[in-house]
Write a protein that binds this ligand. Structure first.
Ligand SMILES: Nc1ncnc2c1ncn2[C@@H]1O[C@H](COP(=O)(O)OP(=O)(O)OP(=O)(O)O)[C@@H](O)[C@H]1O
Ligand SMILES: [Mg+2]
Length: 468
């Protein structure tokens, strides 16, 4: 088999990984650190030098496997032409003349991950796949042939990947080796890029995304939100400011609407008012919006858009049409589905970015918004292991509505395809059947928990204690 020299030249830190002969390697790295590229090369080298080997590249989703893994392969396709027997593009399978096969797969297609006899595995962005997929599916598939694996990822809170990386870093053994690559290891990343990233991320998010630190996603979601964000005086000028409304519709749950004025010259967002009320009919809501606008010398025409999420499409029973359709007669209503985690990062970057700048201010009259921002917390997986934190905030019914309304404004106003998702993450807006959220106190752990049944009906204890 003749293979021409590949144009890939590893940087020093990548060469160390390539020389390392540990069976399992785990790399936590910052954005653009060079994780995917180097691990693809590891896999390729293995496939070429070990005839008849079976190699998998697994990404969190099928489309990521295509856009990152398979795409990287195509860069080298021409150079590899002497070594390739055939390529099945539709199923992303590459067969080499030495009998080795490389598959690119998505963790979202679990059925395609059943299999045995793996010789080499790369799990790209491993922190974003479920733990069980690694422990119960992928790891066992490496057992019979004593296959090798590299798990690479940017951090994703303190989940299983964090625990594994930390354990390996501390203990290390003949089988496992851990690496830590902040983005700065890649000489192609310029100082300007890093500085721009600091503008676009909060300090904690920068630490996670670029320094590749496992930042605890515990406690407050907006932990940089402080009295510095609260203003006592703000005069809107409709000729200078762009006016928007962010909305999280609800009926049994309160509807939360945030009124913001954006200074387009500085990209600074001033929240000047809010509506936070349950059991409002659509007409009442429209009237309240009018009243609020008038109080600030504004008219409907000044509102550039109302931003909400697709749940606002759901039918409102009394009027027979959804809040979105109801408001569309008067306003431009934009309702895209959005991914939660990047949306939170975006809001955080306005609250306080890693360069120390505030670009979101809220007027002291917005009591529900400030209360919500201070009280909005991450959901813990188990009260006995508070280290394990879901990336998702707690929808406790108390702090999430105003925070959601604000996030819908940000992700829609600062549009970016990566924030858009097909999934509708909110409950539907309806007043029938009424699924009220009641806060009960668990007698075992004494913590409050949200329940959809009345106070005198089961369950009386929280989910965590039920599991315990
Ligand atoms: N050895 C190398 N030679 C040339 N370019 C490289 C090398 N390593 C990485 N790069 C380039 O650096 C950039 C980032 O690399 P890569 O996509 O592998 O990083 P990553 O850590 O996987 O990034 P992400 O966080 O986006 O997944 C890419 O443009 C890649 O081509
Ligand atoms: Mg990558």
């Amino acid at each position: 088999m003749t293979v021409r020299t590949l144009t890939y030249m590893p940087f020093e830190y990548q060469a160390i990984l390539h020389k390392d002969t540990h069976r399992f390697k785990i790399v936590v790295g910052g954005r653009r650190a060079g994780k995917s590229k180097s691990c693809f090369q590891e896999m390729l080298r293995y496939a070429i030098t070990n005839p008849n080997s079976l190699c998998w590249w697994v990404a969190p989703t099928y489309s990521e496997a295509r856009e990152i893994g398979y795409e990287e392969y195509t860069r080298y396709e021409e150079e590899l032409s002497g070594a390739i027997l055939c390529v099945h593009k539709s199923i992303m399978r590459v067969e080499l003349t030495n009998g080795s096969k490389i598959y690119f797969k998505g963790a979202d297609r679990k059925d395609s991950l059943r299999g045995r006899g793996l010789d080499f595995l790369v799990v790209d962005e491993a922190a974003f796949i479920e733990k069980d997929l690694w422990t119960k599916v992928l790891r066992p598939a490496l057992s019979d042939k004593r296959g090798r694996a590299i798990l690479i990822s940017t951090p994703n809170g303190r989940n299983w990947f964090y625990l594994l990386h930390t354990t390996v870093s501390v203990k290390g053994d003949d089988t496992w080796k851990a690496y830590h690559w902040p983005s700065s290891v890649n000489p192609l990343i310029t100082h300007e890029e890093i500085s721009q990233a600091k503008d676009e991320l909060s300090n904690n998010d920068f630490r996670q995304e670029y320094l590749a630190e496992f930042v605890t996603k515990a406690g407050q979601v907006y932990d940089d939100f402080s009295l510095d964000n609260i203003i006592h005086d703000f005069k809107i000028n409709p000729n200078e400011h762009y006016i928007y409304i962010g909305a999280d519709f609800g009926y049994a749950n309160p509807a939360a609407l945030v009124f913001v004025a954006v200074d387009p010259l500085t990209d600074t967002v001033y929240q000047f008012d809010e509506i936070y009320e349950a059991k409002m009919s659509m007409q009442q809501m429209v009237d309240e919006i009018d009243t609020k606008l008038a109080q600030h010398g504004l008219e409907k025409k000044h509102v550039r858009a109302i931003y909400t999420d697709p749940a606002g499409n759901a039918e409102e029973i009394t009027s027979g049409i959804s809040p979105v359709d109801y408001l569309r007669g008067t306003y431009t209503v934009i309702n895209k589905g959005t991914k939660i985690a990047p949306g939170l990062q975006l809001v955080r970057s306005f609250i306080l970015n890693a360069n120390g700048h505030i670009r979101y201010y809220v007027h002291e009259r917005c009591k529900e918004t400030t209360r919500s921002l201070f009280g909005y917390t991450y959901k813990t997986v188990s009260k006995t292991n508070t280290d394990l934190i879901h990336e998702e905030p707690d929808k406790d019914g108390l702090h999430d509505h105003a925070c959601d309304a604000l996030r819908y404004f940000f992700v829609n106003a600062y549009d970016n395809a990566k924030w858009i998702t097909d999934h509708i993450e909110q409950h539907y807006y309806t007043n029938e059947p009424v699924r009220t959220t009641v806060i009960k106190r668990c007698p075992k752990c004494k913590r409050p928990f949200a329940s959809h049944t009345p106070k005198d009906k089961k369950p009386f204890i929280c989910k965590d204690c039920m599991i315990d």
